[in-house]
Design a protein around this ligand. Structure first.
Ligand code: PLP
Length: 451
C-alpha cells in the first residue's frame, strides 16, 4: 500500500530503532507499521487518516473508550500537585490511599488490601513471591509448586511467562522456572469433543485434571492454582459453567490457594466487577491491570485476601516492591476511571444490555460459511474459522488464516485479533448497539474477503 511521505518516514524510523513486543520484525520491515495517531470513543485513526473501530480496546484495556475527559483531567491535576512520590519506608500518597479504599469496596468481601505494580506481569510476579512466603510463614515450606494451565497467559516476565502456558514463550529462555507445572485448558472443541461428552460434563473432567496434578505432585507440595476466568490471549476460551465451581471445590479440598488473574476479566469485562464473580469462585488473590485505568496510564496490582494478609504482614516486612508501586498519577486516573464506571453504572449496563446485545449480534456470524462457535461471555468474544465447515475440518497452521483475516479487518476499518484460527474481540464497554452492529458488519466483510 502506498502511504504519505510522513507515514513512510515514521515507518522507516520505527523499523530502524523500535523493537516491538510480540512482532515478526522481518515482516514489519517489509510492510511497515500501521501508526495509530489518535482515538475517540470506540474509534482510532491511523497516520493516513483512516478511521478504525477498535474492537480490542487497544489491548483489552480501554474499557471506557478514548478521550474520556475526567481521566485526562485527573492525570493533569495530579501531575501538577505531585507527579511522583514513592510509598516505601512509611510514606504514602493520597491517590493510592483513595484507590485502595475504592478497590476494597468494589472487590469481593475477602479483599481489603491491595499491592500495586505497573502491569499485569509484575502483578503475577508479585503473587509468586507472596504465595511462597505465605506458606513459609505457615510452616509449610515444602508447598512451593504453583499449577497453571497450558495456553494460559499471565504475562511476559520470567515468573509471568512461567505461570502462563504458552509453549512459544517457554521455548525462548528456558521456561518455566522450577516449581511451576501446567494442566490442560478447559477448551471443549480441542479437548472435549473427542471425549464425546457434553460441555458440562467436560467442565468437570477438565477441573479433575487439577486434582490429578495435585496427586501427581503431592498434595502437601502444592501452593496455589492460577487461572484466568476466561482465557483471553489464548483465544477467548470460555470454560463450561461447571468448570470453575469444581476448581474451587478442589482447591478447598486440598487447602490450595486460588489466584484469579483478572487482568482482562476484571473491571466489568464479564458483566460483574470481577470475573471470579461471574464464574462463582472465591479467590485468595486477584491480579489486575489494564481496565483499572482504562489503559490511560500503566497500573497493575494484586488484591490480597484477609486470610493471606493476616499471615504475610503479621511479622512486619515483606521485602518486595516497585519504585512505581502506588504511582500517584496512575492511581488518580484509576480513581477517576472507577468513579466514571460507577456514575455510568457501566457494569450493570454491560450485564443487562450491552453484553446480551453483543452475544446475539456476534452469534449471527455462525451462519457464515467459514465460521463456527461464535460465542461471547460479557464483552469478550471469539469465533473459529474452519476450512470446511460441512466436515468440521480445521485449517492448517501454515494456512495462516487468522493473520489473513486480521489483515482484511484492518483494511476494512476494524481491529480484531487473531489467535491461530480464532478471531477474537474485547470492545470498549461503552460501545453502543449501533457500533456493535457496525463491528459485526465489518467482521462479516473481513470474513467474506478471507473465504
Ligand atoms: N494476565 C493476563 C490475563 C493478561 O491478559 C495479560 C496481558 O495481556 C497479563 C497478565 C500481562 O499483563 P501486562 O502485559 O500488563 O504485563
Amino acid at each position: 500500500m502506498t502511504v504519505s511521505a510522513k507515514t513512510a518516514a515514521l515507518q522507516k524510523a520505527d523499523s530502524a530503532h523500535y523493537l516491538h513486543p510480540f512482532t515478526d520484525h522481518v515482516d514489519l520491515a517489509k510492510k511497515g507499521a500501521r501508526i495509530i495517531t489518535r482515538g475517540e470513543g470506540v474509534y482510532v485513526w491511523d497516520s493516513e487518516g483512516n478511521k478504525i473501530l477498535d474492537a480490542m480496546s487497544g489491548l483489552w484495556c480501554v474499557s471506557m473508550g478514548y478521550g474520556q475527559k475526567s481521566l485526562i483531567d485527573a492525570a493533569t491535576a495530579q501531575m501538577n500537585i505531585l507527579p511522583f512520590y514513592n510509598s516505601f519506608f512509611n510514606t504514602s500518597v493520597e491517590p493510592a490511599i483513595e484507590l485502595s479504599a475504592l478497590l476494597a469496596e468494589i472487590t469481593p468481601p475477602q479483599f481489603n488490601h491491595v499491592f500495586y505494580s505497573s502491569s499485569g506481569s509484575e502483578s503475577n510476579d508479585t503473587i509468586l513471591r507472596m504465595v511462597r512466603r505465605y506458606w513459609d510463614l505457615k510452616g509449610e515450606k515444602q508447598r512451593k509448586t504453583i499449577i497453571g494451565r497450558k495456553n494460559g497467559y499471565h504475562g511476559s516476565t520470567v515468573a509471568g511467562a512461567s505461570l502462563g502456558g504458552m509453549t512459544s514463550m517457554h521455548e525462548q529462555g528456558d521456561l518455566p522456572i522450577p516449581g511451576i507445572v501446567h494442566i490442560d485448558q478447559p477448551y471443549y472443541r480441542e479437548n472435549g469433543l473427542k471425549l464425546g461428552v457434553s460441555e458440562d460434563e467436560f467442565g468437570l473432567i477438565a477441573a479433575g485434571w487439577l486434582e490429578d496434578k495435585i496427586k501427581e505432585v503431592g498434595a502437601d507440595k502444592v501452593a496455589a492454582f492460577i487461572g484466568e476466568p476466561v482465557q483471553g490471549a489464548g483465544g477467548v476460551i470460555i470454560p463450561p459453567k461447571t468448570y470453575w465451581p469444581e476448581i474451587q471445590r478442589i482447591c478447598d479440598k486440598y487447602g490450595i490457594l486460588l489466584i484469579s488473574d483478572e487482568v482482562i476479566c476484571g473491571f466489568g469485562r464479564l458483566g460483574t466487577w470481577f470475573g471470579c464473580e461471574t464464574m462463582g469462585t472465591r479467590p485468595d488473590f486477584m491480579t489486575f491491570a489494564k481496565g483499572v485505568t482504562s489503559g490511560y496510564l500503566p497500573l497493575g496490582g494484586a488484591m490480597v485476601s484477609d486470610r493471606v494478609v493476616d499471615v504475610l504482614y503479621k511479622d512486619g516486612d515483606f521485602n518486595h516492591g516497585y519504585t512505581y508501586s502506588g504511582h500517584p498519577v496512575a492511581c488518580a486516573v484509576a480513581v477517576a476511571n472507577i468513579k466514571l464506571m460507577k456514575e455510568q453504572d457501566i457494569v450493570n449496563t454491560v450485564k443487562n444490555d450491552t453484553a446480551p446485545y453483543l452475544k446475539k449480534a456476534w452469534a449471527s456470524l455462525n451462519d457464515h460459511p467459514l465460521v463456527t462457535d461464535a460465542q461471547s461471555e460479557g464483552m469478550v468474544a471469539g469465533l473459529i474459522m474452519l476450512k470446511d465447515k460441512t466436515k468440521n475440518e480445521a485449517f492448517d497452521e501454515k494456512d495462516n488464516v487468522g493473520m489473513i483475516c486480521r489483515g482484511h479487518c484492518f483494511d476494512n476499518g476494524l481491529v480484531m485479533r487473531a489467535v491461530g484460527d480464532r478471531m477474537i474481540i474485547a470492545p470498549p464497554l461503552v460501545i453502543s448497539h449501533a457500533e456493535i452492529d457496525e463491528l459485526v458488519g465489518l467482521a462479516r466483510k473481513a470474513l467474506d474477503a478471507t473465504l
